[in-house]
Design a protein around this ligand. Structure first.
Ligand code: DON
Length: 303
């Protein structure tokens, strides 16, 4: 696989950079992560893979899980989902409240926290056993029954999740949350706490590279739905840094405050990077740098 050499070269180059930024500290358990961890794994749709560094060590995927919760809700609800939330970049931080007040509790997109809370509410209504059924969906995507929530991280965030509590209550006040805010928040904190390693994360996202089908041929999303989820990753996956990621990397992607980033090249590959030091927008500093160099050297961006 010719990607191997490029991944290795770029990994070494970025690994030697001085570690800039800080590990997320607002979720107490995330503070304990070693800031110098760095791993990359690339999985292709012809079923090969290559990993380097700390790519087999599990980490908290946080907001990256929002793509998977959107996928399941979209699969269940179809286009009606867009009656509850928008598809525009917010240009604001991931946990901002400002637009909700003037936009009647309709979050701009499914990847800001407000949007992910509405998606959580939809899943809570639609699924018989929300936490178990969502986990079963995730496990089925990668054929991996070991993936799990981290109760330790979910509880840690729950104890200090005042902004998410505020967001959820504000949306509820506009009638765009059906369930009890405490239940929606509990589900949301759990999905953010999912722990996977880079290899598992890139495998989980292969269905998006593969037009909505797993490599075993099971359809997860329609082709047009998969296109739309990737379009949202492209325009909204990095909050108020989405333009910058698009400009420098040129792939649909999604970040999480655990320091993970996953990006997808349609019909080619999914790549996961983990480096916990975050820039001031809450996205992995080395993760962004790695992917910028990788798409430049491989000449494989969507643009
Ligand atoms: O709700 C939160 O603040 C976290 N559970 C997730 C935020 C996050 O990952 C933002 N992404 N970069």
């Amino acid at each position: 696989m010719y990607f191997d050499e490029i991944v290795k070269d770029v990994f070494q180059e970025i690994n030697s950079l001085e570690g800039r930024g800080e590990v997320a500290s607002y979720i107490p358990e995330l503070r304990k992560v070693d800031p110098e961890k760095f791993g990359v794994y690339l999985s292709t749709i012809d079923n090969s893979g290559f990993g380097i560094g700390d790519c087999y060590e599990a980490f908290s995927i946080q907001s990256i899980a929002k793509v998977l919760s959107l996928s399941l809700a979209y699969r269940m609800l179809g286009e009606k989902i867009w009656e509850r939330l928008g598809v525009e970049p917010s240009g604001t931080a991931f946990n901002s409240l400002v637009q909700l007040e003037v936009e009647n509790g309709i979050p701009r997109n499914p990847f800001i926290n407000a949007g992910a809370l509405v998606i959580s509410d939809i899943l809570l209504t639609k699924l018989d056993h929300p936490k178990e059924d969502f986990l079963a969906f995730i496990r089925s995507l990668s054929n991996n029954s070991k993936i799990d929530y981290s109760p330790r991280i979910a509880t840690s965030e729950k104890n200090v999740g005042y902004r998410n509590v505020a967001l959820c209550n504000l949306i509820k006040s506009f009638g765009n949350i059906e369930n009890e805010p405490a239940d929606v928040l509990d589900f949301y904190f759990n999905l953010c706490s999912l722990e996977v390693n880079c290899q598992e994360l890139s495998n989980l996202f292969l269905f998006l590279a593969n037009d909505g089908c797993t490599l075993s041929g099971r359809r997860v999303l329609g082709q047009s739905q998969a296109k739309r989820v990737k379009a949202l990753m492209q325009t909204c996956g990095f909050y108020d840094e989405s333009g910058e990621f698009s400009f420098k990397v040129g792939l649909p992607g999604k970040s999480g405050v655990g320091g993970g980033i996953v990006a997808v090249h349609p019909k080619q590959y999914a790549i996961a990077v983990w480096s916990p030091r975050l820039n001031h927008k809450g996205n992995s500093y080395k993760g962004m740098k790695f992917l910028e160099e990788f798409t430049t050297k491989s000449q494989l961006s969507i643009f």
